[in-house]
Design a protein around this ligand. Structure first.
Ligand code: SAH
Length: 442
């Protein structure tokens, strides 16, 4: 705690322009809790120091992560809680990326992998003789695509143990002279030292999570952008749009929630097994929604310009509007997905009008892929927020408009989690209908 106060105090003195030789650190300063307040937002040093914070005493006898977190939050002042919990969450997060299975799943997702490859290969001139930073290189696949089209140097950074394999993969393919693998967090000093002070021409990263922002990895990519990208450097991909559409298909919902299964078990009604709430009524589900279940026009509710957006703007409230394409008996859920765009530098390409599934066929610039219900399924599927069972059954008229707002927020206790709140109003068969829901992925 004292060290943290010291860091914040010294940073404050520096900001105030105090001459270094005249700074005096007194016991009063180190006892003053105001210096627990970080002077720098996202201070990498403070984050690193999470490692040195003491563990809970053994007599706490914590049983699982939730208990641990609860006990911890009692002990630690609010602003430190974030630092410590994030560290434990990080260990689990990076462990989840160390095996071959998860990387195979991503590589086998052709929409994803070929989306990146096709953009790189069809824009080889952008990469030729350039310095590239691959944030979260995994197996090294994207770094190798860049090296193969002539990048001069690629820094391939990953904090997971997969970095060891990336290094071997890169050597096995003869690119060890071009691609330098660094195991570490992109935010860390150690990584900053190895990359050096020269800025890079291009940052490439595959950071997208379920519902786009689950995992919070974009925060790290934006940090990398601010630390390492040259002015007017290129972000690959360059944009993502978030889209939403209403879902109506009671039979499909009953199948996904287990209602169908539990209400007919060898002829017995076992619906008490559903007591305590269906998973879909609390959590954001991840499903491939059948096209036939989408009952209204998709609405783009948020556009992320990766070169310019800030971390703060990743918590947002935005409006949507969908036109009902058919009469429905029951509004059951909302499906959310994202589309990803790779625009070349300076492009003014409109993202909204062209059909993303045939991107490039009508001379659209760059590349794009969709994770929506209308194209080939991807490993992201769609994020689905279901209405509670008792709230389903709102009948809506074909041609009417369903409109409302969607709020995305980081989960309070899990910086990699997200909370999605939706409010809506529509024209029902028997007058106006409206509703709200809040779902979490953590
Ligand atoms: N680029 C690879 C892997 C993408 S998965 C591919 O396209 O197949 C995302 C990877 O980013 C994971 O391996 C994860 O360990 C890494 N990662 C996430 N956040 C990171 C951070 N802050 N610093 C370093 N690596 C990170």
């Amino acid at each position: 705690m004292t060290v943290i106060k010291l860091v914040n105090f010294l940073r404050l003195e520096e900001r105030n322009g105090t001459d270094a030789s005249s700074i005096k650190v007194t016991p009063e300063i180190l006892q003053d809790d105001k210096y627990l307040q970080p002077t720098l937002e996202d201070d990498a040093l403070l984050f690193e120091m999470g490692d040195y914070l003491p563990d809970l005493p053994s007599d706490q006898n914590t049983r699982d992560y939730d208990d641990y977190e609860a006990a911890l939050s009692k002990q630690v002042p609010d602003d430190l809680e974030k630092v410590t919990i994030q560290n434990h969450r990080d260990t689990d997060y990076f462990d989840s990326y160390k095996g071959a299975g998860i990387h195979r799943e991503m590589i086998e997702d052709k929409i994803r992998t070929e989306g990146y490859r096709d953009f790189i290969e069809s824009h080889a001139h952008l990469f030729k003789d350039k310095v590239v930073l691959d944030v979260g290189c995994g197996t090294g696949i994207l770094s190798l695509f860049c090296a193969r089209v002539g990048a001069k140097k690629v820094f391939a950074v990953d904090n997971s143990d997969i970095a060891v394999r990336a290094k071997q993969n890169i050597a096995r393919n003869g690119y060890e002279g071009v691609v330098e693998v660094i195991q570490g967090k992109i935010e860390d000093f150690h990584t900053q030292r190895l990359i050096g002070s020269n800025k890079v021409d291009i940052i490439i990263s595959e950071w997208m999570g379920y519902g786009l922002l689950f995992e919070g990895m974009l925060d790290s990519v934006l940090r990398a952008r601010d630390l390492y990208l040259k002015k007017d450097g290129l972000m690959v991909p360059s944009h993502c749009t978030l889209r939403v559409a209403p879902v109506s298909d009671p039979a499909w919902i009953a199948e996904q929630t287990g209602e169908k299964f539990w209400t007919d078990v060898y002829g017995f009604d076992f619906s008490p097994m559903l007591a305590g709430g269906l998973l879909g009524e609390r959590d954001i589900g991840v499903y491939d929604v059948p096209k036939s279940a989408i009952c209204g026009s998709p609405s783009t509710f948020y556009t992320i310009d990766i070169a310019n957006i800030t971390v703060k703007e990743l918590d947002f409230t935005a409006s949507f509007e969908s036109k009902l394409e058919k009469d429905i008996e029951s509004l059951d859920a909302f499906a959310i997905w994202f589309d990803t765009f790779f625009l070349p530098p300076g492009s003014k390409q409109d993202l909204e009008t062209p059909d993303i599934l045939s991107w490039g066929k009508n001379s659209e610039e760059g590349g794009a892929f969709s994770t929506g219900p209308f194209g080939t399924a991807t490993h992201w599927h769609q994020a689905v927020t279901m209405l509670k069972k008792e709230e389903r059954g709102q009948a809506l008229k074909a041609g009417s408009t369903l409109k409302g707002t969607i709020k995305y927020e980081k989960e309070r206790r899990d910086v990699r989690g997200i909370v999605v709140d939706i409010k809506w109003e529509g024209e029902g068969k028997n007058g106006p209908v409206s509703g709200t829901l809040s779902r979490v992925m953590a």
